[in-house]
Ligand binder design. Structure first.
Ligand SMILES: Cc1cc2nc3c(=O)[nH]c(=O)nc-3n(C[C@H](O)[C@H](O)[C@H](O)COP(=O)(O)OP(=O)(O)OC[C@H]3O[C@@H](n4cnc5c(N)ncnc54)[C@H](O)[C@@H]3O)c2cc1C
Length: 485
């Protein structure tokens, strides 16, 4: 247990450094029984518990408030591999095991755990399930929810529910597993999970393609899905401004990709352009994967959807392409505070949304930078907005002050404009990062009274004392829509 503010500091702040709380303590139980004991004690003392895995969440869900009455419950010591069944293709791991470690354990047995995201070295399976994380392979394998067959959960009463079943079919009443997945630590504490494994493909190959527009990207996606079917395992979109940000802040990462993304810094090469990263997983061989990608992109070039493409010639080059995509979040963090969105739309609506939204924002906020990128194949965009740049080469403090001023003036209006349009187009304001505290009130604004009321009923039923992650997902202090206050 930690109680010293200095040693607790890394657990008191979120990854983006947007929220900072004052925990009473940070506790590190070593097994489910100790987690249960902590929960029972918290219930007796009416202390809020904030479950925390790798603390890489992007919605402030794992950050305590500043009341000094919340304890961070870290799952980091629960990281055992409990079982692996290669024939059933399942792995049972404790919640604190990192996603990268689960991938490594599967790989060591010639199998694949396909969940993959930029923070996988630190993010934990418990956090992935609690946020129903998405990542880069949803297109083929689904979200964290689709990859989980069973759970072990400590309830708000401090009891242990063992639902560690490795079954693909189990219709025995209410699906408790699905209730806990995506509940962001507000209904129970996940201590272990049974996860689905897949055969390792013989080869995974990627290509970068410069696309003429989001409409062209959509044409390419349709064609790739039709041609490659289940072999298509990744389709990521990076608008010109997002790769430009990587080039500006992480030049070495952008360098191997300049032929496609363009390099506007020294006027060499093509104009900075929108880029798509395509990944194929082939059951036969690397050469077959390359050939399939080349055929696909050759057709896309003749159709005019793709202007130029680069098929990776090795695993190292594939990794370099992925590094570009995964570095956008890091480059944005280096640039300064931005207005972040994690939206989902019907895939067919993506080009129309991007065209209309870009135009509206550029007119209302001249010079605004649209850092739009994401899992295009899932209809998920991280449609982020950066303040206009300052003239000259201002130091970091001056730039940060300018950004904060812009956000102070415009963030709420920008967020409302983006979310209003998303909802008008039957989208979602949180595709994969969850609500946490960042989007809690936005969700309340858009969800119907019936939906909020059902969610509140579930929370009251499972956690009547309100000790699990208070203030996240739902705010129980506010009056309810339909006036159930
Ligand atoms: C560079 C970068 C890239 C990212 N890319 C993606 C991406 O592509 N897709 C994506 O979906 N996310 C992405 N994320 C967000 C983040 O990595 C995921 O949300 C991840 O699933 C969080 O895992 P964690 O262990 O860090 O959870 P934490 O941040 O510790 O917690 C997240 C939430 O889950 C709860 N929680 C944590 N552990 C448990 C548990 N055992 N039981 C119950 N509740 C728990 C917390 O209370 C909190 O509400 C990215 C983050 C970064 C920094």
């Amino acid at each position: 247990m930690l109680t010293d503010p200095a040693t607790m500091a890394p657990h008191a702040e979120d990854w983006r450094k947007r929220y900072r709380g004052k925990p009473l303590a940070v506790v590190f139980p070593a097994n489910p029984e100790e987690v249960a004991a902590v929960v029972r004690l918290a219930g007796e003392c009416h202390i809020g518990l904030v479950p925390q895995g790798g603390n890489t969440g992007l919605s402030g869900g794992a950050t305590p408030d500043d009341s000094g009455r919340q304890v961070v419950l870290s799952l980091q010591r629960l990281r055992a591999l409990r079982a692996i069944d290669p024939i059933n293709r399942t792995i049972t791991v404790e919640a604190g095991m990192t996603l990268a470690q689960v991938q490594t354990e599967a790989e060591a047995r010639g199998l694949l755990f396909p969940l993959s995201l930029g923070a996988e070295g630190s993010a934990t399976i418990g956090g992935n399930l609690a946020t129903n994380a998405g990542g880069t392979a949803v297109l083929r394998y689904g979200n964290a929810r689709e990859l989980c067959l069973g759970l072990e959960v400590v309830t708000a009463q401090g009891e242990i529910w063992s639902g560690l079943r490795g079954l693909r079919k189990d219709n025995t009443g209410y699906d408790l597993r699905d209730l806990f997945i995506g509940s962001e630590g507000t209904l129970g504490i996940i201590t272990a999970a049974v996860l689905k494994l897949y055969p390792q493909p013989a080869a995974i190959m990627t290509a970068l393609a410069r696309v003429a527009s989001p409409t062209a990207a959509l044409e390419l996606l349709q064609f790739a899905q039709q041609r490659a079917g289940a072999m298509l395992t990744g389709f990521e979109y990076m608008a010109a401004m997002s790769t430009r940000l990587v080039a500006a802040h992480l030049g070495a990462v952008a360098k191997p990709c300049l032929q496609i993304i363009g390099d506007t810094r020294d006027g060499v090469g093509p104009q900075a352009a929108d880029t798509v990263l395509i990944e194929l997983s082939h059951p036969e061989s690397e050469s077959a994967a390359k050939e399939a990608l080349e055929t696909l992109l050759g057709h896309a070039i003749t159709q005019g959807w793709v202007e130029d493409a680069l098929v990776a010639q090795s695993g190292a080059q594939s990794a370099a392409f992925w590094r570009l995509r995964e570095s956008i979040t890091l480059a944005a963090a280096a640039d300064g505070p931005h207005v972040k969105h994690d939206i989902a739309l019907p895939i067919s609506s993506l080009p129309a949304f991007i065209a209309a939204m870009d135009e509206e924002l550029e007119q209302r906020y001249p010079g605004i930078r649209i850092i739009n990128f994401g899992h295009f194949g899932d209809g998920n965009l991280h449609y982020n907005l950066a303040p206009p740049t300052l003239e000259g080469n201002p130091d970091t403090d001056t730039r940060r002050a300018h950004y904060l001023e812009f956000l102070g003036l415009h963030e709420d209006a920008i967020r409302r404009a983006v979310h209003d349009r998303v909802m008008a187009m039957q989208g979602s304001i949180s595709a994969e990062h969850g609500l946490g505290q960042l989007r809690r009130d936005e969700a309340r604004h858009y969800k119907s009274a019936v939906e909020i009321s059902l969610m509140v009923s579930i929370k009251h039923a499972l956690d009547p004392l309100g000790i699990l992650n208070p203030g996240k997902v739902l705010c129980l202090d506010q009056s309810l829509p339909g006036d159930r206050s």
